[in-house]
Design a protein around this ligand. Structure first.
Ligand code: NAD
Length: 524
């Protein structure tokens, strides 16, 4: 990432907050300007039906408005499903699974469908990018160059991998043959959050479908639109009837019904730790379904005092928290810096934070868009206020003056915060950075590891030895050394502790969606 930073131009630098090459899709350029995107947005026709073997209204007829957080306007009234709709979607998924058209299809046949879906996603890139931007307030620069092409790339990767994963022949005596196969598990419920609506769905669907399962997707209340369009594209790609259902609706209704459903075999969940706990309970109260949880984080960027290029580090630290307005589970929301470089680094980080251009997500010049909803803005604002009281010095924060909606927040940097303070322990999921100055490497590690979460960590050092030694000691699913939030479809993503368990992405994700079956043949 750092090699491509143009340090002579702050705005270009912030465009890099899309975290190249971490998401693995660097080099994509967005050529459209604000007027182009606005004109395209005016033509968007969101799909509003649930998808249960085709587009359907909620049985009750209920709908829920989904809003554009940048304007407060209603984008669409989307089917509001309930337990009855969930039951129909799960029944359709179960019937499709038992029918075997997908589950027992030759791997190459499944791969062909997933490749076609990837192609359709690329063919409809601008529409999908706009749906996520309008629905969730995400920068169009990010959705069009990262989220949507990234989703297509992930589908392709799993399509390519599914016929390269072999079973096993176990060591036995000469009179026996023991074959160990991976089999799909059945019906997978994918329950996802709103911060990367399409990408989070694809993280779940791609390996689950590749393995031969049926999937019922529950998008987040605030961002259902790309998931609904995805279902339509999946049908066009040739996914058999019932293999993918999409049931928008309230978490405590639709999510709960999926969690409790006796015909759901696996729940793959991304969201808050609190909801993750509920899914464990639902499983215990129902059929002991497998539950995989990718939950919250309070990750640290650790900066050691041997770093020489403080401008690059400051770019990385700011990108680590302010990308996607801080609504990133692996955001490095705490800066843990050794005293020797603290003053010089803090000055640079504060400068970057205070000059971020907060604005319309459809403008390519915007560095930070709105947060996803008024509700989320209120939550973040309350934490900004209480956090400022816990800090010795507070920079920024609050609603952007003159903004079109109360969802446009200013980045906040809080100095002199006790690492045990509420603001340093609570996942804000907004543009708030706390700064903790430490003397020793041991202290840095202790502060970085000192929360119940363990999703990600950043480490900045010029020392190769220190990079290895300290990264080993940081408790996190991913440690990004001298880069920001590194991630790729080829590497597993997930955490420890209250950040959850199980891994998305990589071949390891297939483990979640397959069961090992031994067939032992005694032929002696
Ligand atoms: P959330 O837990 O409120 O919601 C996530 C999903 O769960 C949504 O679809 C929601 O409708 C559903 N849900 C909510 N309440 C439910 C209930 N009672 N029963 C069943 N389902 C329910 O989280 P959010 O606010 O949408 O997303 C933000 C959270 O997601 C943050 O904590 C963030 O760290 C986390 N997240 C984690 C990752 C990761 O990979 N670790 C990635 C993105 C976001």
């Amino acid at each position: 990432m750092q090699g491509s930073i143009d340090s002579s131009d702050a705005r270009r630098r912030f465009l890099l907050f899309d975290r190249e090459p971490g998401r693995g899709h660097s080099g994509r350029v967005n050529h459209r300007d604000f007027d182009d995107w606005t004109a395209l947005a005016d033509k968007i026709q969101p799909r509003t039906h649930a998808w249960i073997s085709g587009p359907v209204a909620a049985r009750s007829g209920a709908t829920r408005p989904t809003l554009n957080p940048a304007t407060g306007e209603v984008l669409a009234d989307v089917a509001e499903c309930d337990e009855g709709d969930v039951h129909l979607a799960v029944a359709a998924a179960r019937m499709a699974f038992e029918g075997g058209a997908w589950a027992t299809a030759a791997p190459r046949a499944r791969a062909a469908v997933l490749h076609r879906l990837a192609q359709l996603i690329e063919d409809n890139l601008e529409e999908l990018a706009l749906l996520d931007s309008l629905d969730a307030g995400k920068r169009i620069v990010d959705t069009s160059t990262i989220d949507v092409p990234g989703s297509a790339a992930i589908l392709r990767w799993y399509a390519e991998s599914l016929d390269k994963v072999y079973g096993e022949v176990a060591p036995t005596g000469a009179a026996d043959l023991a074959v160990v196969r991976r089999e799909p598990l059945g019906v997978v419920a994918a329950v996802v959050p709103w911060n990367y609506p399409l990408e989070m769905a694809i993280w779940k669907l791609a390996p689950a479908l590749a393995a031969g399962n049926s999937v019922v997707l529950k998008p987040a209340e605030d961002s259902p639109l790309s998931g609904l369009r995805l279902a339509e594209l999946a049908e066009e790609a040739g996914l058999p009837d019932g293999v993918l259902g999409v049931v928008p609706g309230a978490g405590p209704v639709v999510g709960r019904a999926l969690g409790l459903h006796p015909q759901v075999d696996v729940v793959t969940f991304t969201g808050s730790t609190a909801t993750g706990r509920l899914f464990q309970q639902y499983a215990g109260q129902s059929n002991l379904k497998q539950v995989w949880i990718e939950a919250g984080g309070k990750s640290a960027a650790v900066v050691l005092d041997d770093v020489s290029d403080l401008d690059t580090v400051a770019d990385g630290v700011a990108a680590g928290i302010f990308t996607n307005a801080g609504q990133v589970c692996s955001a490095t929301s705490r800066l843990v810096v050794q005293r020797g470089v603290a003053d010089a680094l803090i000055e640079r980080v504060v400068d970057r934070a205070m000059t971020i251009e907060v604005g319309d997500p459809l403008s390519p010049d915007t560095q930070m868009g709105p947060v996803v909803s008024e509700r989320q803005a209120s939550r973040v604002l309350a934490l900004m206020e209480s956090g400022a009281r816990e800090a010795s010095e507070a920079h920024g924060g609050g609603v952007l003056s003159g903004a079109r909606a109360g969802t446009f927040l200013r980045p906040q940097v809080l100095l002199g915060v006790d690492p045990r303070a509420t603001i340093a322990q609570t996942e804000v999921f907004g543009p708030v950075l706390t700064v903790h100055v430490v003397d020793t490497v041991d202290e840095a590690v202790a502060v970085a590891n000192g929360t119940p979460y363990a999703l990600a960590a950043g480490l900045w050092t010029d020392g190769l030895g220190r990079a290895h030694q300290v990264s080993r000691r940081l408790r996190a699913g991913t440690v990004s050394v001298n880069c920001v939030d590194a991630l790729d479809v080829a590497t597993p993503f997930g955490g420890f502790g209250q950040s959850g368990y199980g891994r998305d992405l990589s071949l390891h994700a297939l483990d979640k969606f397959t069961g090992l079956k031994t067939t032992w043949i005694h032929h002696g």
